[in-house]
Design a binder for this molecule. Structure first.
Ligand code: GUN
Length: 314
């Protein structure tokens, strides 16, 4: 059996098409939604992510503002920059790319973002609203996973869902969203006993532990839906050849580039799962799509009344 591939790029494009008409109706009311991204220092992965986010804004016609303070910035200076963005009327969404340099108090920074502009959904007020079932801005990656499941017609109600990983950014909000969708949810982590057996009870597995290819086919009940949130870069040739033994095109790609991307699931899971998100091209595209969706939502929540007064239908 080979799994049905859940195509994140196609789902993202569907969401972009929907957003474009919302953006046009906001624009008709004189509102151009804007996203501010704060990229501290020169972490190459962070640069890549932020550039993709800015590019997505350009594609959809959202305004974007990029701040690039140096890696030596202090907590107080960064708090000042966030405060200024909080006050700006043309900024609807603010994202501070993580991780921050170690001298910066990340929690203080995240807490300083106006919850109404917190398009990452990281502020404790937004986390609390999510838990209480009154979501406004929800963390992008778990929100994207829900879009994949819903738009692919995967049954969630009554399903056994196993979330592997308990991070604030993915695992915890993911579990809450699945509970709200009436799944029976188990959260697993590095201390979970009999992880394999627990995972094998799942109808839906969400792998988000940040461990390359850890979820092998024996973790998966045949036919289960497997959502792979992992993005791990493999630079060791022997490891790449071991993981992708059945995928010669991936090994060829490794030898050309010197690296290859693998999820938290082993690629052979495709033989056991009923449905499966590939890496790349599964969850990744949805994370940015939900950031765009949150930005439009933040603009509507904060400035929608002005648009409504201008006679715009919403
Ligand atoms: N670093 C890793 N993932 C994320 C994310 O979703 N948002 C931000 N701001 N930083 C991140």
């Amino acid at each position: 059996m080979t799994a049905r591939i859940l195509n994140g790029v196609a789902i993202r494009d569907q969401i972009y098409a929907e957003l474009q008409s919302e953006i046009a109706s906001l624009a008709a009311g004189g509102v151009r939604s804007g996203l501010a991204a704060v990229l501290v220092g020169d972490n190459p992965a962070s640069k890549l992510y932020v550039n993709s986010k800015i590019a997505a804004c350009g594609k959809l016609g959202l305004e974007s503002f990029l701040l690039t303070p140096p890696a030596t910035i202090t907590t107080e200076e960064l708090l000042g920059a966030v405060d200024e963005l909080n006050r700006r009327d043309d900024v609807d969404g603010i994202l501070v790319q993580m991780p921050l340099p170690k001298q910066v108090d990340s929690k203080r920074i995240l807490d300083a973002v106006d919850p109404a502009k917190d398009v990452d959904g990281f502020h404790p007020e937004n986390v609390g609203r999510l838990v209480a079932g009154r979501p406004s801005l929800v963390a992008c990656t778990p929100a994207g996973v829900m879009e994949i499941l819903r738009r692919s017609g995967i049954a969630i109600e009554g399903a056994n869902a196993v979330v592997m990983g308990r991070s604030d950014i993915v695992g915890k909000p993911m579990a809450i969203l699945l509970v709200h969708a009436n799944a029976t949810v188990t959260i697993c982590h590095s201390k979970t006993r009999e992880l394999k057996e627990v995972a094998r009870r799942a109808d839906i597995v969400v792998a988000a532990m940040g461990r390359a290819a850890m979820v092998t086919p024996d973790y998966i009940r045949p036919g289960a839906t497997v959502i792979d949130v992992g993005q791990n870069v493999i630079t060791d040739a022997a490891e790449a050849e071991r993981i992708f033994a059945k995928f010669p095109e991936k090994i060829a790609g490794f030898h050309k580039k010197g690296s290859v991307l693998v999820g938290d699931c082993h690629p052979d899971v495709v033989e056991t799962a009923g449905a499966f998100t590939p890496v790349p091209g599964g969850v990744g595209p949805l994370t940015i799509a939900m950031l765009m969706s949150n930005t439009v939502r933040a603009a509507r929540m904060r400035r929608g009344r002005a648009a409504e007064a201008a006679g715009v239908e919403r």
